[in-house]
Every structure is written in C-alpha cells, then in structure tokens.
Write a protein that binds this ligand. Structure first.
Ligand code: AMP
Length: 419
C-alpha cells in the first residue's frame, strides 16, 4: 500500500519550507514595525465558534468545515480561518489588552477548508493574518491596508492591486439586501443553484458568484455604495481619500463582498494578476460586530489574512524567492577511528563559529566522501586521512576550484573558510 498526502494537501519540501519560513519572518518583521504582537491559538476550536463568527449561511460553514466529534462527544472544527480564534482568545485572556485604544495581534499557521482543489486552492493552506481590535477610526483601515502593501512591497511584489468596497453596517445592510433581492427577484430562477440558495439565505453573497452566466444577469445591478448610510458612506470616503493621500493605488469593486459574514463597512482584497482564477493574495476588512457576537462589549476591529501559498507562488513567478541557505559550508571526512574523533572536535569548533557542516558517516573512501560533499553542495571538504593524522595536519579542499592545502591548526582553516 502506497500512501500519498490527502487530496488538497501537500508537503512543503525543504526548499519550499525554507521559502515559507523566510517569507513569514520578513512579514512578521514588517508587522512588528506597526506594533503587532504574535498570538498563537489552537488549530481546532469548538465548532460553535466558527458557526457564530463566520456565519451559518456562508459557504465555509455550510460546506467547507472539517468538523468531527472528539472522544468526549464535543463538536470540534479544524479552523477554517484565524479571526474567530483571535477574538476568542482576546475575550478569554487578554483583559489588559482590552484597556488599550487598540490591541494588535498577528498569527500564522494552517487553515482547513473542504474546497474543490485547484491551482492556488488547497484544503490545508497557510495564512499569516493580523487583527487590530478596538478602534472605529477609518485611519485604522488605512494603516492596516498600508501595512499589507508595505509587507508585499518588502518582498518585491510591487504589481499587486487593492480592490476595495464597503458592505455597510446593521443600519444600511438590510436596505442593500432588499435592493439586491428586488433586482434579482425576477431572474432568480435563471441563476445557478448556489445563487438561488444565497437569494434565500444570504443575498449579499450573490455578488460573489463567479459563474459567468450569473455575472451577465448582474449587469446593471444597483450599486451597493448608493445604499450606504451616512456613517458608512463618510467612513468609506475617508478611507478612499486617505489611500489617495498615501499614494496607494486601488480600484473600487462594487461586487466585492468576501465569503465571511462578520465584515462591516470596509472590505478589501489584494490581487495579483500573475495568479489565475484564484488571484487574491490577501483579504480582509472591518468587523465591528464580531466581538459583541462572541460575547464581548461592542468593539470595532479590522484585520486581514495573507494566503502564504499564493504569495509564494507569486514570489516564485517573479523569481523573488528569498535565498534558502540549504547548502552546507564544509563536508568533513575522517576515515580511521582517530581521524573520526579529531573530525568531530573540528566540527564542534566550526559549528561554534556558525559554520554549517556535515560529517561523512559512511567512511568508505576519501573519493566517495568528496562525492558526498558535492551532493550536499558543500563549498569545502575537510579531510583527515592517514597522512594528516601522522603529520598532525588538516587538509582543506575547495570543492569549487578543487585546490587543496594542509594546515597546522583549526584556526588557520577557519580563516580560509571565512575568507
Ligand atoms: P479569506 O480567509 O477567505 O479571507 O482568505 C484570505 C486569503 O487566504 C485569500 O486571499 C487567499 O490568499 C488565501 N486562501 C483562502 N482560501 C484558500 C485556499 N483554499 N487555498 C489557498 N489559499 C487560500
């Protein structure tokens, strides 16, 4: 029986894992400049948390959650997104953060959604997200989006586009929904089954339908922004003005609603034209009701998540992957017992000097050792054969130029290796 990774999952092999790690570290460095602190939550939670937070009629909750009963008969769900858990932790433990005008958290890790796998869409994927909890100021929306752009910019991704919209609030959302239902009412029978279902349960999500036939029916749909209440409209205009002030390019996409119910006012996506159908690298927005929904005081908040799988695809396409440093510096060969002991002492010194080395465990022959060193892409080989032991020398071979020299001490060898 040959096992493969489950459909929609993949192994991040060493090179890709290293690219992920470096990319994450770079982005966390940028988020730190904006005063975000890392918060790590479990990868599973009580199912009710996501049902409540993400919304019972969303695709995620209806069709995509990995939900199971644990041995204590509790309903558990592998997290499909990060925001609900951060808010849960904020309410559960972080009363000192609740005193602050804004509390900023960042998280990274795998998310799980039972979606139809395709390029850039997995059932286990990785997100690096941020949540800023506590401020209603449109400047928080602007700062967070600037941070997203700044983060991508720091990796060299300069051609991404921000799409932005406002989905309104408790006051104007019912009006928007009514207008939409009125418009769609006469054609609902011609729409795809998903849209028909959304028409009944979650009409705003109709806008998100990717079915080309449905899209043609939606031409001439009343613009959501016209139905925004004064507060949401002022907020939206302020956000757009401030993006202009900060020279951030964006497009207003009146059909952008996003797949999670908790959003209010601003929603946005950062898209890369280098990706195919799944072109969103980052998505997020404001969620002013979620904290109260989950049992806290009414507290406004803003957040986003970067999809790392897609971001790394873009980096690969632009040849912007960070250097992975998987090669070794020195391959160390000692054949006889005495040579082996000596080589181990030499390796201790090398590693204490931050030099990455590997030992020739096979101990067959020097020529085989050199071959192994080349497989590891080592820059140098240290060789202790019979002659070296007898003469108390250390041979250092440069595996690129193939030149070699013998030295009396490890200090001299270190000098050459360090260049
Ligand atoms: P969301 O949590 O749906 O707002 O998505 C935020 C970001 O996560 C998206 O812009 C994508 O980059 C990424 N993402 C969401 N779902 C998937 C998936 N199934 N596979 C890979 N990346 C995903």
């Amino acid at each position: 029986m040959k096992y493969t990774s489950p459909r929609g999952t993949r192994d991040l092999l060493p090179v890709e894992s290293a690219i992920f790690r470096k990319t994450i570290n770079k982005l966390l460095g940028i988020f730190n400049l904006f005063n975000y602190q890392e918060l790590t939550t479990p990868i599973f939670e009580s199912s009710g948390l996501f049902e409540r937070a993400v919304g019972e009629t969303t695709d995620i909750v209806e069709k995509e959650m990995y939900t199971f009963k644990d041995k204590g008969d509790r309903s558990i769900t592998l997290r499909p997104e990060g925001t609900a858990s951060i808010v849960r932790a904020y309410l559960e433990h972080l009363s000192e953060f609740q005193q602050q005008q804004v509390a900023k958290f960042t998280y990274v890790g795998p998310m799980f959604r039972y979606e139809r796998p395709q390029t850039g869409r997995y059932r286990q994927f990785y997100q690096l997200g941020v949540e800023a909890i506590g401020s209603i100021s449109p400047m928080l929306d602007v700062e967070t989006m600037i941070m997203g752009i700044h983060a991508l910019d720091s990796l060299g991704v300069k051609n991404a586009e921000i799409a932005i919209n406002s989905v309104g609030c408790d006051v104007c959302r019912p009006v928007i929904k009514e207008q939409l239902k009125e418009f769609v009412g006469s054609i609902v029978g011609d729409l795809c089954p998903d849209c028909q279902n959304r028409y009944e349960n979650n009409p705003l999500r109709i806008l998100d339908c990717k079915n080309p036939k449905c899209q043609t029916y939606f031409m001439g749909m009343p613009s959501m922004s016209k139905a925004l209440c004064k507060e949401c409209n002022d907020h939206f205009i302020c956000v757009l003005d401030q993006l202009d002030e900060n020279n951030i390019q964006y497009v207003v996409d009146p059909n952008l609603v996003r797949g999670l119910d908790y959003y209010t006012k601003t929603v946005f996506e950062i898209r890369s034209m280098l990706l195919g159908a799944q072109n969103a690298i980052c998505g997020g927005g404001r969620y002013d009701n979620l904290i109260a929904e989950l049992g806290g005081r009414k507290t406004p908040a803003f957040g986003f998540a970067i999809g790392l799988d897609r971001l790394v695809m873009v980096l690969n396409q632009l040849s912007l992957q960070p250097a992975t440093d998987l090669d070794i510096d020195v391959f160390c060969i000692g054949l006889e017992n005495e040579a082996q002991n000596k080589v181990f002492q030499i390796m201790n010194v090398l590693r204490k000097n931050n030099i990455k080395c590997e030992y020739y465990f096979k101990r067959n022959s020097i020529s085989d050792g050199i071959k192994q060193g080349l497989l590891f892409k080592a820059k140098f080989a240290i060789i202790l054969g019979e002659e070296e032991i007898e003469n108390k020398k250390i041979t250092l071979k440069d595996l690129t130029t193939k030149r070699q020299n013998s030295y009396d001490s490890i200090e001299e060898v270190l000098k050459v290796i360090k260049g």
